[in-house]
Write a protein that binds this ligand. Structure first.
Ligand code: NAD
Length: 489
């Protein structure tokens, strides 16, 4: 079995720990490679390399840095099929989604390459004569990127591309469930000509390799996507670093009686069972008006039962496996919570097959907002149908959880649509589309406990990886005092 290395200062090396771990194909439980269990010393070296390298990188004009990013996008395009197959094998998602994961990376590198010709600050009049005022962007310095497994190419890219265009030095610590995807991505960055030391990659456990990144004083920014509890811990431990957190979700689709019910059905299936429910934007709740509950339930269950479970790389599969044994156990634990709390199980509720981490698409109905399956993130193929009477009750139900990432409403009534947009407290709201479908040129992120207010992607994504410098240029040739001098004609 191939042993993979970590990438420090432009060299592929073994970890100082002398230890390795395995990454498994979640459909077969077969190992796909051996990976370095990076430790604190590896991370320290990676941080030092990034610190040395970023000064030169940031001196390269941003449009030139953009050219390197464009090269990354071109190489990703060439390698799309191979990388898609790798995503399907290591993470488990079905091929069309795995290719989408790579496409998102292509999109963000292209988008951020263009950002190299903007990186806008703003200019504004000064309150004094003969004085010029503007803002410019500066890199943070060394940034730590800590990523999950569910978008193993896209999420690291969502962070790498803006961090690079802003001129930072980087240490990437990917999830131990998908280290090979991160390694292959970094090899593409290397091939595209990112100078040595600018991007470093350390695989290994969160509580050693990840922790060093959080604690190390040379690191100026942390961009983390993952679980809420990990995110809260990071925020406490990171001291005065700039921290961006993209955490969990408990997203909901509202279905009004005036909706196109067929369209809503497609949206609920895609939102609930796409990526086996393992998206931060997954529609794990469907809030349904009681007047259409029965007919929707019947059709939803019928279609869910027809979904074909199988390995992501098998063309016949509609739904892939869960990521690991822990996820399988967690999903089943929530089935037991649902039953114990009195929800009605309409379909699923058990493991599928004996090899691989497959779980049947699971639908509960007559779920109330206080039940754990309606409140907590399961991150599996479990959808809770919550019946309500009318829009006000529906919106109240959407807002009854601690998270606030994505939401959706199916309605043909413009007043319902705008009321939902206005009242739902989530970072993203879709109208007549599922809770899934972010595009890289718009901001992405959530309200409430989904994060700490930062946004990724789009122009706002640049903020996480840059500092604003305010510049005053006084060309009056005399001492001028803001707020004190009175300007005369
Ligand atoms: P996780 O928090 O377990 O792990 C994420 C990363 O953090 C991994 O690389 C892990 O090794 C690292 N880590 C763990 N403990 C750490 C520590 N003490 N210090 C530093 N690093 C540490 O999350 P996961 O299971 O990989 O991902 C699933 C979660 O991610 C879900 O909650 C999902 O909603 C969330 N997610 C959010 C978004 C978003 O944009 N809001 C996108 C995708 C996934």
């Amino acid at each position: 079995m191939q042993e993979h290395k970590i990438y420090i200062d432009g060299q592929w090396v073994k970890s100082e720990s002398g230890r390795t771990f395995l990454s498994l194909d979640p459909a077969t439980e077969r190992p796909i490679g051996k990976f370095q269990q990076g430790n604190e010393n590896d991370v320290k070296k990676a941080i030092d390399a990034a610190e040395d390298a970023y000064h030169k990188w940031s001196e390269i004009p941003a449009p030139k840095r953009g050219e390197v990013l464009l090269k990354v996008a071109e190489l990703l395009k060439k390698e799309k099929q191979r990388l898609g197959k790798l995503v399907a094998t290591e993470m488990g998602k079905v091929m069309p989604e795995a290719l989408g994961d790579v496409q998102e990376a292509i999109d963000v590198f292209e988008y951020m390459a263009g950002e190299g010709r903007r990186l806008y600050g703003h200019t504004t009049p000064s309150e004094l004569k003969d004085k010029f005022a503007m803002t410019i962007r500066m890199p943070l310095g060394v940034v730590g990127l800590i990523t999950p497994w569910n978008f193993p190419i896209a999420i690291p890219s969502w962070k790498l591309a803006p961090a690079l265009i802003c001129g930072n030095g980087i240490v990437l610590k990917p999830s131990s469930d998908t280290p090979l995807c991160a390694i292959e991505l970094v090899k593409i960055l290397e091939k595209a000509g990112i100078p040595k030391g600018v991007v470093n990659l350390v695989t290994g456990p969160g509580d050693t390799a990840g922790k060093e990144l959080i604690k190390n004083d040379k690191v100026r920014g942390i961009s983390f996507t993952g679980n809420k509890d990990t995110g809260e811990w990071i925020l406490k431990e990171a001291g005065l670093k700039k921290v961006g957190l993209e955490l969990g979700g408990k997203n909901a689709i509202i279905i009004m009686p005036d909706a196109d019910l067929n369209l809503a059905l497609e949206g609920a299936l895609w939102g609930g069972f796409g990526t086996t429910g393992q998206r931060c934007t997954a529609a794990s709740r469907v809030i349904i008006d009681r007047s259409v509950q029965k007919i929707f339930e019947r059709n939803f269950v019928d279609r869910a039962r027809r979904l074909k479970l199988g390995a992501g790389y098998d063309k016949k599969s509609d739904v892939g496996p869960l990521i690991n044994k822990y996820a399988l156990e967690k999903t089943h634990k929530y089935t037991l919570f649902g039953l114990a709390e009195g929800a009605k199980l309409l379909t699923g509720g058990r493991r599928f097959g004996s090899k691989g981490f497959f779980y049947e698409p699971t639908i509960f109905t007559d779920v109330s907002v206080n039940m754990r399956i309606a409140k907590e993130e399961i991150f599996g193929p479990t959808v809770s149908l919550i019946p309500v009477n009318g829009l006000d009750e529906a919106i109240e139900a959407v807002n009854s959880v601690e998270y606030g990432l994505s939401s959706s409403i199916y309605t043909n009534n413009i007043r319902n649509a705008f009321k939902a947009i206005e009242k739902i407290e989530t970072g993203i709201t879709y109208v007549n589309a599922s809770t899934i479908g972010a595009e890289v040129h718009l901001p992405f992120g959530g309200m409430r406990h989904t994060g700490n207010g930062t946004r990724e992607a789009g122009i706002e994504g640049i903020n996480e990886f840059s500092e604003t410098k305010t510049v005053y240029i006084d060309y009056s040739g005399r001492l001028q005092k803001a707020q004190i001098d009175v300007v005369k004609d």
